[in-house]
Design a protein around this ligand. Structure first.
Ligand code: SF4
Ligand code: SF4
Length: 129
């Protein structure tokens, strides 16, 4: 069983108040936010309401993407089947936990993101000798 290391810190109260799942799923949906248009089509198919709207990386007011709360996803794959942009991979639980931070640009669930994986944000070319 994979240790869930994909979350940072306490969950926001609104998300923490949603009911948790009963057991660890075989599969996890992870949004590849690079391909997400924020159309919200997946949200209506999720039977456990675990897809959250996330501000986009650019101009947050004009662009949004979504995020699966991987602590509540039950792995039913309904979102993945109905995403018009085919940007929701269904991964084994272990793979989902390890790949979620790399596919997540921004999180409202306090899950790790790509930025959290690469804290050294200064590119080597901009460093002075
Ligand atoms: S796999 Fe099912 S439970 Fe998980 S986010 Fe998609 S629709 Fe929701
Ligand atoms: S259906 Fe696909 S493109 Fe639309 S919000 Fe969901 S993940 Fe993003």
């Amino acid at each position: 069983m994979a240790e869930n290391t994909a979350r940072l810190g306490p969950r926001p109260p609104l998300i923490a108040s949603k009911p948790g799942r009963k057991k660890e799923p075989r599969l996890l949906a992870v949004i590849n936010q690079s391909g997400c248009t924020g159309c919200e089509a997946c949200i209506i198919f999720c039977p456990v309401d675990c897809i959250e709207i996330v501000p986009g990386m650019g101009i947050a007011q004009f662009q949004q993407v979504v995020e699966v709360d991987i602590e509540r996803c039950i792995g039913c794959a309904l979102c993945a089947k109905n995403c018009p942009w085919d940007t929701i991979p269904m991964l084994s639980y272990e793979e989902g936990i390890s790949q979620a931070p790399g596919l997540t640009l921004k999180s409202v669930c306090n899950q790790k993101t790509r930025e959290d994986l690469t804290p050294e944000t200064t590119p080597p070319s901009s460093q002075t000798a």
